[in-house]
Design a protein around this ligand. Structure first.
Ligand SMILES: Cc1cc2nc3c(=O)[nH]c(=O)nc-3n(C[C@H](O)[C@H](O)[C@H](O)COP(=O)(O)OP(=O)(O)OC[C@H]3O[C@@H](n4cnc5c(N)ncnc54)[C@H](O)[C@@H]3O)c2cc1C
Ligand SMILES: NC(=O)c1ccc[n+]([C@@H]2O[C@H](COP(=O)([O-])OP(=O)(O)OC[C@H]3O[C@@H](n4cnc5c(N)ncnc54)[C@H](OP(=O)(O)O)[C@@H]3O)[C@@H](O)[C@H]2O)c1
Length: 432
């Protein structure tokens, strides 16, 4: 067997799929990883918080996969723009879609489209230096902001808002973004959960970090931190214990305040030309879920960051369920010779490691399906791309971008690397 496989997307799911294929069928598979950006690693580069450097170092593991003989990285190639599904099926024995979940979920409340009401996806892209989001996208000129949602992304977002630029100086945050963070006027950050603390999605380690911030006090109302945790998991009991501890704290008078709220749901974002306030309603749990109590509160915030989860976007020519916002599949199989892995397969939940077993399952299905098939002579993708004027960013060119980022950090006297901002800067550094 000598299989040619195209993997679309170079986030953890795509790279773990490449690794699983090479491991499960050593010497029998060659893999092209096609990525719309000039840079690999998906959310490991453009999602994981810049101050979580040990998690970022997963990129060192993923890098080794891209360097395996038989694996090729082709950056700057987008499915739906530069290539279509039919092209891929002509050129490869199988295609694996691993394009993640790039879009924010919506709240569905009035005022959501006002300027100043922004998706966490956008804010995360900004501080991570994603080329889709320019440096001038955010001006942190409001003393009071609200972050809706109590998942780990919300925790990342409030932590970045609460820290000083000096605390983030040693991270890879682009220099232009760091300058804007240094000019931040944010004083109070409200993080808002619509249910009780026992239902919060954040994990204990991430929550604890918020209580140790050097630049911000943390506040929780005793009545909102209270919860019945009988029979709950260790994680939930731990979260509630930490929150109760915070409720008993005396503020140290630090420059910023992190105000953690529970059982409050957003009902309207208010403002004329931009966000001026957020209206919340207290909730209570019933057998049928959360209901409003008719008790309202208005926060005078100038920015609302909606961190209520991600969703995948359909790929042209690929089946997609509008209900689950995923590609329907059985153990990773979509249709004959088409497969899926990662967030596009199972939805936007789970840590980086979750994608490893997920990718291994897809690789197993693919190899079992194609075992014993008569070899087919496939077309070559490179001349097809060239005929369309598409010149992929090679792995070596990506390494040149990395080197430029390391050199920039040295020049600026900052940590290990500072991200280049914008496609032009990256392509310039790639030596093309
Ligand atoms: C803000 C944030 C922070 C996170 N932090 C952590 C953390 O600290 N620790 C942890 O364990 N997990 C974390 N996670 C979860 C983790 O990032 C995900 O589990 C994981 O990245 C999902 O992998 P994926 O490959 O499915 O998607 P992604 O990582 O999103 O990769 C998808 C890739 O596909 C590319 N792509 C998209 N469309 C196309 C197209 N049409 N053609 C070609 N390429 C395309 C994208 O550019 C991207 O590179 C975080 C998630 C988010 C959102
Ligand atoms: N350090 C890390 O390990 C790390 C960092 C970042 C992300 N991640 C992972 O990435 C995945 C995605 O994280 P996420 O934070 O985007 O998603 P998430 O964990 O699903 O959290 C989403 C939050 O939004 C709330 N929400 C949803 N709809 C809402 C609405 N209409 N109004 C008010 N609140 C609403 C949810 O509340 P309900 O529960 O009430 O629906 C929940 O609190 C998770 O698996 C996460 O663990 C991990």
């Amino acid at each position: 067997m000598s299989l040619k496989v195209a993997i679309i997307g170079s986030g953890p799911a795509g790279i773990y799929t490449a690794e699983a294929l090479m491991r499960q069928a050593p010497g029998e598979v060659s893999v092209d990883v096609l990525e719309r950006l000039p840079t690999p690693y998906g959310l490991v580069r453009y999602g994981v918080a810049p101050d979580h450097t040990s998690i970022k170092s997963i990129a060192d593991y993923l890098r080794r996969v891209l360097e395996l003989p038989g694996v090729r990285f082709l950056g700057g190639v987008e499915l739906g723009k530069d290539v279509e599904v039919a092209d891929l099926l002509d050129c490869y024995d199988a295609v694996v879609y691993c394009t993640g979940a790039m879009l924010d979920r919506r709240l569905g409340i009035p005022g959501e489209n006002l300027p100043g009401s922004v998706a966490a996806t956008d804010f995360v892209n900004w501080y991570c230096g994603h080329p889709d989001t320019p440096a001038d996208r955010f001006v942190l000129d409001s003393p009071e902001v609200a972050v809706i949602g109590v998942g780990n992304v919300a925790v990342d977002v409030v932590r970045i808002l609460a820290k000083t630029a000096e605390e983030l100086r040693a991270t890879d945050v682009p220099q232009e973004v760091l300058a804007r963070l240094a000019g931040s006027r944010v004083k109070t950050i409200h993080m808002i959960g619509r249910r009780g603390p026992e239902h919060a999605k954040f994990t204990l380690k991430e929550l604890r970090e918020l209580g140790e911030l050097a630049n911000a006090d943390v506040r929780v109302r005793p009545e909102e931190s209270d919860a019945d945790v009988t029979g709950a998991s260790r994680q939930v009991r731990g979260n509630v214990e930490v929150l109760k501890g915070w409720a008993a704290r005396t503020p140290a008078g630090l420059p910023r305040l992190l105000d953690v709220r529970f059982r409050m749901r957003p009902v309207e974002i208010l403002g004329e030309d931009r966000v001026e306030a957020l209206r919340l309603e207290r909730t209570r749990a019933t057998e049928n879920g959360v209901v409003g109590t008719g008790e309202f509160e208005t926060l005078r915030v100038g920015m609302v960051l909606r961190s209520v989860g991600y969703q995948s976007v359909p790929l042209p020519g690929v089946p997609f369920s509008e209900t689950t916002k995923t590609v329907p599949n059985v153990a990773g199989r979509v249709r004959d010779r088409e497969y899926v892995a990662g967030w596009l397969k199972r939805g936007p939940t789970g840590v980086i490691g979750t994608n490893k077993s997920d990718a291994a399952e897809t690789a197993r299905t693919l190899l079992a399906d194609l075992a014993g098939r008569a070899p087919v002579r496939r077309a070559d993708l490179d001349p097809l791309l060239a005929s369309r004027g598409v010149s992929p960013v090679t792995y070596r060119q990506w390494l040149a971008i990395e080197e430029a980022e390391i050199a920039l950090a040295r020049t600026l006297g900052r940590g290990k690397r500072v991200k280049l901002l914008g496609l032009a800067a990256m392509l310039g550094a790639s030596g093309r």
